[in-house]
Design a protein around this ligand. Sequence first.
Ligand SMILES: NC(=O)c1ccc[n+]([C@@H]2O[C@H](COP(=O)([O-])OP(=O)(O)OC[C@H]3O[C@@H](n4cnc5c(N)ncnc54)[C@H](OP(=O)(O)O)[C@@H]3O)[C@@H](O)[C@H]2O)c1
Length: 259
Amino acid sequence: MSATLAPMPITSPLPTALEGRTVLIVGGSSGIGLAAGALLTSVGARVALLARDPARLSDAVDRLRTTPGVSVTGIAGDGTDETVLDRALDQAGPVDHVLVTAGVFSAGALLDTPHDQVREAVEGRIWGAYGTARAAARRLPAGGSITFSSGHYLARPIPGASAAIASIGAVEGLTRALAVELAPRRLRVNAIRFGVVDTPLARGAFGLADDAAVAAAGQGTPLGRFATAEEAASAALFLMANNFMTGTVITVDGGQALV
Ligand SMILES: NC(=O)c1ccc[n+]([C@@H]2O[C@H](COP(=O)([O-])OP(=O)(O)OC[C@H]3O[C@@H](n4cnc5c(N)ncnc54)[C@H](OP(=O)(O)O)[C@@H]3O)[C@@H](O)[C@H]2O)c1
């Protein structure tokens, strides 16, 4: 891949930086990705959501379109398939920023987890990130960015999640490596290490049936609750908007890694 050596654009990192920009959210039909979509449309960005389940995707697009004048597209497909990512970027394009929130929480103890389950968890996460970066690197303009998702269990592991934790470790490594490799093209690569965020994924993983259960479970954290999806997603907008952010993993965990 040849370097462009174009100058890195200097733009205000304030919210207007994303006005009129186009953002592809890989995993945009739920949770943090959907919240990022809502925030992005509120600052005037065009948004394309990629996710697998067409019905949930259609609901998500309808939710974002309730605000008059917003530009929201839904693209159904698997974000671990590079041909799908190529198609999504072409369909949504020209895309300025890509956020990857696609992912599942795959739990299982070392001695009890079938090989196929481990391979699916690790490969899905890594190929999703790698394939997104390859598809995006061919298309994004100078100043464009890719943002990946990681999790605070990398800093404070819990038992029974080694495959999931290993896979987010790989994503953080990829973030730093690609930041260096893509810097000559003036593309930026970052990741966000989320603490527990109140989303369908977290509710499912921890068996939290309703808001009361979420509130009770969050009381043991330093700030006394879990993050909202919007609080988590706002970090992604900061990384997209600030042209001097690359190779960084920022943590949004309400201090959970400290205790
Ligand atoms: N919530 C937390 O507490 C937490 C903590 C640490 C890290 N994270 C990470 O943050 C990211 C977002 O989590 P979330 O809580 O917002 O999850 P979520 O509510 O379950 O949303 C995940 C989104 O990704 C999509 N998705 C999953 N696999 C996909 C695939 N292969 N291709 C395309 N889309 C896919 C889902 O739609 P479909 O299933 O229809 O495809 C959905 O839109 C995940 O990577 C998660 O591991 C979350």
